[in-house]
Design a protein around this ligand. Structure first.
Ligand code: SF4
Ligand code: SF4
Length: 503
């Protein structure tokens, strides 16, 4: 069958600059560039290009330009170029189309329609260069009351505390499993988490022995496939996360293709090498809040009641009710992962059509937990497309205690959002386990980039808090009075619990 698909991108090489060095050939993991023997010239196969920009960055003389193919299908408002491509791909393969990263559909990004407040005249701002601003963040169930004892004139705290996570920033690194990403990526996240005083999440693929020394900075995940799970694994991290759902693919499980399951990935996951690692859509022991409570209790028993237990769900239509159920099931932390969350691989139709923006799920869940008087019994981590310090503070004002970043962390390391993680050929050495590509990511350099990002965001968060006249991030938590909506409908403002700008 002759393919009717046309190349998405068109490569232009400026031969007046090109030195024929061949670097682009070696850098491209999609075999785009090649030397034509007859012409003795480097040429390109446009149809293989995914616009990862690896060749553009590494060409020493900047001779390469990648452009959208000007020969796009004739599109109209309803039948766009992308829609036509997607139909043709299915017609030619008969398969479900997979993609990586998060959705690129133009669903409203509410962060961009929300603005933060600033002090003027009667309420002075704070200058973060001259005065301390506290961004230390504690996650976990808070006590309803505190009891004190008087002992020989000294006042001592008598009440015990539930296990807490103490972070030096409200930013954690989202779950990325070994196999979906390689060990260099996980080590990058672990090193950066240690340096920034926060946590990384090892995802559902177990924790590699080389990363055990970062255990204090790890969240270990328990997902439906139960990969790599034993007593040691549960006890090595600082917290445990039960993954029920994921923003990029709500309602379905995971699928790590056999070719990514190397001997090492297989050992850590405790499965045979080369076999597909399939996480079922549901946990086969969880069909109710009571079942969830049983798993939480079992994990507490296994870890001697020393670790906070988080439950992660995808943001869906009834997230607020589910969040209350999770709180009542005894979780310490709820993770809400919105529709713009990313993944190593998901059916495109699920990624692009299922779930809701985290902004709406977060506001609704915080509100419902407050109404039911149980907000202090859980912390909330918001996730799914957090891109900036501005997004982070807006999330905290909407009710989050902290945020997870995944895509932004990968972009800091080198990812260019080409959305081809599912191919396993990531040219930046991230979403791949191929040895020749894995070495492209140097954990030392990549973790420095990530630490720089977090340091920059921490400084910006302090600037923003200072402008609002706040000396601690705690004062902003759930403080929606500091937010105003621009260009939003009344019903959206109502769900977000904020007023329109000018009010
Ligand atoms: S990397 Fe740049 S200079 Fe080298 S062969 Fe490719 S286009 Fe030419
Ligand atoms: S991780 Fe790699 S494959 Fe995935 S979007 Fe980023 S650059 Fe592309």
């Amino acid at each position: 069958m002759k393919s009717h698909l046309i190349s998405e991108y068109s490569i232009e090489r400026d031969y007046s600059k090109c030195t024929d060095c061949g670097i682009c050939i070696g850098q491209c993991s999609y075999n785009v560039h090649y030397r034509d023997v007859k012409e003795n010239k480097i040429l390109s196969r446009d149809e293989h290009c995914v616009n990862c920009l690896r060749c553009v960055v590494f060409c020493p003389v900047k001779a390469i330009s990648v452009r959208n193919n000007p020969n796009a299908y004739k599109s109209n408002f309803h039948w766009t170029h992308d829609t036509i491509i997607d139909i043709k791909k299915r017609a030619e393969s008969g398969c479900v189309i997979l993609s990586g990263m998060g959705t690129d559909k133009p669903y409203l990004t509410y962060w961009d329609n929300i603005l933060l407040n600033a002090c003027q005249v009667t309420n002075p701002p704070i200058d973060p260069i001259r005065e301390p601003i506290e961004i230390r963040t504690y996650l976990g169930r808070k006590p309803q009351s505190m009891e004190y004892e008087y002992d020989g004139g000294e006042t001592c705290l008598a009440s015990g505390f539930y296990p807490q996570l103490c972070l030096e920033t409200p930013i954690l690194f989202a779950a990325m499993s070994y196999g979906a990403v390689n060990l260099n990526v996980q080590e990058t996240l672990a090193r950066a988490a240690m340096e920034c005083g926060t946590l990384f999440n090892c995802g559902e693929g177990g924790l590699h022995p080389k990363l055990h020394r970062y255990g204090k900075h790890a969240v270990v995940q328990v997902a439906s496939g139960r990969f790599g799970l034993d007593l040691n694994y549960l006890n090595i991290g600082s917290a445990i996360e039960i993954k029920i759902g994921q923003g990029a693919k709500p309602g379905i499980g995971g699928h790590l293709p056999g070719e990514k399951v190397t001997e090492d990935v297989a050992t850590v996951r405790m499965i045979p090498a080369g076999t597909d690692a399939i996480s079922p859509a549901p946990h086969h022991d969880i069909y109710s809040i009571e079942d969830l409570n049983q798993l939480i209790c079992a994990l507490r028993e296994a870890t001697d009641y020393t670790k906070p237990i988080a439950v992660k769900i995808a943001a869906v239509h009834n997230s607020a009710a589910i969040a209350c159920g999770i709180a009542r099931a005894g979780a310490d932390i709820i993770v809400l992962d919105g529709v713009r969350g990313s993944t190593g691989a998901a059916p495109k139709v699920i990624r692009d059509n299922v779930g809701i923006p985290v902004e709406l799920a977060l506001a609704a869940s915080d509100e419902r937990l407050r109404e039911e008087g149980i907000r202090d019994e859980v912390s909330i981590i918001a996730a799914g497309g957090i891109r900036s310090s501005g997004d982070i503070l807006k999330a905290i004002a909407l009710g989050a205690d902290a945020v997870y970043i995944g895509t932004a962390a990968l972009v800091a390391m080198g990812c260019t959002l080409c959305q081809k993680c599912n191919t396993g050929k990531c040219p930046w050495g991230i979403a791949t386990t191929r040895p020749e590509l894995v070495v492209r990511l140097n954990p030392e350099e990549a973790s420095q980039r990530l630490v720089n990002l977090i340091n920059a965001w921490n400084a910006e968060i302090k600037e923003l808090l200072g402008a609002m006249g706040m000396d601690s991030i705690e004062s902003l938590r759930g403080n929606r009075e500091q937010l105003r909506g621009v260009g939003l409908q009344d019903h959206e403002l109502k769900i977000l619990g904020i007023r329109a700008a000018g009010n």
